[in-house]
Design a binder for this molecule. Structure first.
Ligand SMILES: [Zn+2]
Length: 395
């Protein structure tokens, strides 16, 4: 973090300098241009022969102007050179504050087989589909030979269009989408439809008494069918009608006009639509990248330490990190199991096994304990049982 702040200081200096140079340059050039235009006019447009200046004075005037242009150009070129100094200081600050020695972290074998490469490309493609950047999706698909059918793209395009409309406070596309997916949304207890109608009601409400008849018709047609599930909230909305005449701003219902309602509806829409499509709310690529930026400095440190002490062979375990990386809750998606006997995290090769008695240990621990026998004692309860009866647990 400190490294970023240090570089930011230099970047700020460059931006300030650039703005002031740009302003100064603009003023100098426009002054110069208007001066020359005035002079040109004076020299050319005078019709009165008495007014025309003798040629020696005209030459002097022009020479003087040329000298001034040259001076200003030299001055601007000097400022430009100084600016380069400030820009190169940013480069030096980046070199000083960020280590460029990432070579030791490289693991080329990760992407050596075709399957891994295709998986990575698919994750990247999905990321851009989520963002609605379909031209990039097409370009990557063409480059990698991965086929993305229109069918797959369609829901992403639709969702992005709806989100753009919501951000512009246009509820219609979202309401149409809800209408088309009502049954499936109801299955997942979504209250998106109510929230959209509520916002529409508030929108009418904020337009004052002129919208009274629309408000009442809207409440009858759209809110009434939702009374059974949102009784209290609808009562509140009806109560706000009392202040339609005097304005909602100075009433106890002023909170209804809060602009946050609009950002909330976008979040609810993203959450419910992703859930409907069986996708996580955040892009997996984003999450992996964010987690990576948190974990990377610590891993880089430990790798450099291992290299300097010549103990590089310590970190050889596949799919395992040499230290525990603490990540926020938002990075935790499923439970993990650590064997209480071997004190190791379970893996595909050594999965957790549930014993007859209900206690869980890793398969390696069970194999070691049973040692080929048909009887094993649970290390916890200690019920004697057949190790063959243990069942693998999947998280
Ligand atoms: Zn037990």
């Amino acid at each position: 973090m400190n490294s970023i702040l240090n570089v930011e200081k230099d970047v700020d200096k460059v931006i300030n300098k650039f703005t002031s140079i740009l302003d100064h340059c603009d003023t100098c050039l426009s002054d110069l241009i208007s001066e020359i235009e005035n002079m040109r006019r004076d020299l050319l447009e005078s019709n009165d022969p008495e007014d025309i200046l003798p040629s020696s004075i005209r030459v002097n005037l022009i020479n003087h102007a040329i000298k001034k242009i040259q001076d200003v150009t030299v001055q601007l070129a000097k400022e430009h050179r100084d600016f380069h100094g400030a820009v190169s200081r940013v480069g030096k600050a980046i070199d000083k504050n960020f280590s460029g020695e990432y070579g030791c972290m490289e693991n080329r074998s990760l992407w050596s087989d075709e399957e891994s490469k295709t998986s990575l490309n698919r994750v990247v493609i999905e990321h851009f589909m989520r963002k609605g950047m379909l031209d990039i999706v097409d370009a990557i698909a063409a480059d990698t030979g991965i086929e993305i059918s229109e069918e797959v793209k369609k829901p992403f395009t639709e969702l992005n269009k709806i989100l753009i409309s919501l951000r512009k406070r246009d509820l219609k596309p979202a309401l149409d989408w809800v209408e088309a997916n009502r049954a499936r949304l109801a299955e997942q207890n979504s209250n998106l439809e109510f929230k959209l109608h509520r916002l529409q009601f508030i929108e009418y409400l904020s337009q004052g008494v002129g919208k009274q008849s629309e408000l009442i018709a809207f409440a009858r047609n759209k809110l009434q069918p939702l009374v059974s599930s949102h009784e209290k909230e609808i009562q509140t909305l009806m109560g706000s009608l009392l202040y339609l005449k005097t304005g909602l701003e100075n009433s106890p219902y002023a909170y209804l006009l809060d602009i946050l309602n609009w950002s909330e509806i976008c979040d609810v829409f993203i959450r419910d639509s992703c859930c409907l499509m069986g996708m996580s709310v955040d892009s997996p690529l984003n999450i992996a990248f964010e987690a990576g930026t948190i974990a990377f400095p610590a891993l880089l440190n430990i790798r450099q330490m291992m290299n300097s002490r010549r103990v590089a062979n310590v970190w050889t375990a596949k799919d395992e990190l040499p230290i525990v990386i603490e990540l926020d809750r938002k990075f935790q998606f499923h439970s993990i199991f650590a064997c209480p006997i071997l004190r190791q995290q379970s893996s595909d090769a050594n999965p957790p096994m549930r014993l007859d008695c209900g206690h869980v240990i890793s398969r390696d621990a069970l194999t070691k304990m049973s040692n080929g026998s048909t009887k094993v004692k649970c290390p916890y309860c200690p019920v004697e049982q057949n190790p063959q009866n243990a069942k693998q647990i999947f998280f």
